[in-house]
Design a protein around this ligand. Structure first.
Ligand SMILES: Nc1ncnc2c1ncn2[C@@H]1O[C@H](COP(=O)(O)OP(=O)(O)OP(=O)(O)O)[C@@H](O)[C@H]1O
Length: 417
């Protein structure tokens, strides 16, 4: 039986890490709390949520009689997460900073800091997740790999965000909340005089950057670069955008002077063009085949993929989506993923996260959203019909607009007479 005595807990100032620490303390572990600061710019209103969170973390640790230290990973966050994030946006991708933050900061720098500087046997966080080594590593085995598993609370499941973390850190991580539901966690906090923390508003922001308007925030770091909005059906230019980084696939576009609902179907970085499709159900927005970069497998690579066979599992690319069956095939550059049903807006830069039953297998970054249903299923004739209809629709709209302008001109003339 392996002995895990010194546990370093990531204390965020929220209820989840507070209860994680409390449960560890109750079990008799030797606990040390660490607050990480990874972003040091005060927001536009002069409010720095990190200092508020530190105060809360300190309050919790004082109540639980746990030492707390603050560690600064601002440089590491900037170099390993933020620089990548900006590069992805500039190249037309839509990255997921929370997944990157878990991989590079919490389960890398924080883990190493805890092990090397604080002499930790293991780390603990308030994530809702489980591992095959058990909540308190009671099933730890140095000779086998650890699996990342879904938690009891399906609604709070955070395995999606942990889909890129490495085996070495996961092997020595405790998730004390894995067998609890969020209401139970809040109840435990209340029973232990942590009422203020239990009723604190959930932090919905992006890992360490907070809950500011993300589009405005990114605009401070990425140059605007005007380009065209082009209708996928007609190939006609229907408007101007001021940078592809402002737009993500599937998003409703606000094209000046166009009342109809266009949605982002594709982005071409080379020509700086955004292709838009009319209507949220347009086939150009849907696809059931896509490509990824090299996958990251948390425990092990499925053997079928090594044998050049198809591997069947489940997939999602958004935390809140439900899982869809998929077939995977390994290529020298990554995976080809074929879904059992089409998905809308498979967004390059996001992570395709794979599951088999309770296990989160790992993930791969979507490199190309693949041929859309518009490309795949519309025969030339149908496509021709579609283009013809769309051209007529746009012609009608332009005509209507000209009429309105004429009317306006008439009225202006009449007024000025
Ligand atoms: N600034 C931080 N310093 C130390 N650990 C952190 C920090 N932010 C998050 N963590 C750790 O990561 C876990 C998950 O954080 P996240 O913000 O994703 O979830 P959360 O459910 O809001 O957690 P919490 O209620 O503890 O704030 C936290 O429970 C905590 O253990």
């Amino acid at each position: 039986m392996y002995k895990f005595r010194n546990i370093v807990v990531g204390m965020s100032g929220g209820v989840d890490s507070a209860v994680a620490a409390l449960l560890l303390k109750r079990k008799g572990y030797n606990i040390q709390g660490v607050f990480m600061q990874n972003w040091d710019i005060t927001d536009e209103q002069g409010f720095c949520s990190a200092s508020e969170d530190y105060k809360d973390a300190k309050y919790v640790c004082d109540k639980l009689n746990i030492p707390l230290i603050s560690v600064n990973f601002v440089k590491e966050y900037w170099n390993d997460v933020f620089v990548d994030l900006i590069r992805e946006y500039e190249n037309g991708y839509t990255p997921n900073p929370d997944i990157l933050c878990n991989r590079h900061i919490k389960f890398n720098y924080f883990y190493k800091f805890a092990k090397e500087k604080l002499n930790a046997d293991a780390i603990a966080t308030g994530h809702y997740a489980r591992t095959s080594f058990g909540t308190f590593l009671e099933k730890y085995d140095p000779n086998i790999g650890v699996k990342l598993l879904k938690p009891l609370d399906d609604v709070k499941d955070q395995t999606f965000f942990l889909c890129q973390i490495k085996q070495d850190a996961l092997r020595e991580t405790m998730f004390p909340l894995g067998d609890l539901t969020k209401p139970q966690v809040k109840q435990i906090a209340r029973e232990h005089n942590l009422e203020e923390i239990a009723s604190k508003k959930e932090s919905m922001g992006i890992c360490f950057i907070g809950s500011r308007d993300f589009q405005d925030f990114i605009s401070e770091y990425v140059q605007n670069k005007p380009g065209k909005f082009v209708d996928v059906d007609t190939g006609l230019v229907v408007g101007e955008h001021n940078g592809i980084h402002h737009w993500t696939l599937g998003q409703r576009s606000r094209i000046a002077g166009v009342a109809d609902s266009y949605f982002i179907a594709n982005k071409d970085v080379t020509s700086n063009t955004i292709y838009v499709a009319m209507g949220t159900t347009h086939p150009a927005l849907h696809s059931n085949l896509f490509f990824t970069s090299d996958p990251h497998w948390i425990c092990r690579k499925p053997v079928e993929l090594d044998k050049n066979e198809i591997y069947t599992c489940q997939f999602k690319f958004q935390h809140t989506h439900s899982l869809v069956d998929c077939d995977l095939c390994q290529t020298p550059k990554g995976l080809i993923v074929k879904l059992s049903a089409p998905k809308r807006a498979l967004t390059p830069g996001q992570y395709a996260v794979f599951y088999k039953g309770e296990e989160c297998l790992g993930s791969a970054r979507i490199s190309n959203s693949g041929p859309s249903n518009f490309l795949m299923f519309y025969s030339k004739n149908k496509s021709y019909e579609r283009r013809k209809n769309a051209k007529e629709r746009i012609a009608k709209r332009l005509h209507k607009k000209m009429k309105e302008n004429e009317l306006e001109e008439n009225i202006t003339n009449q007024i000025s007479l």
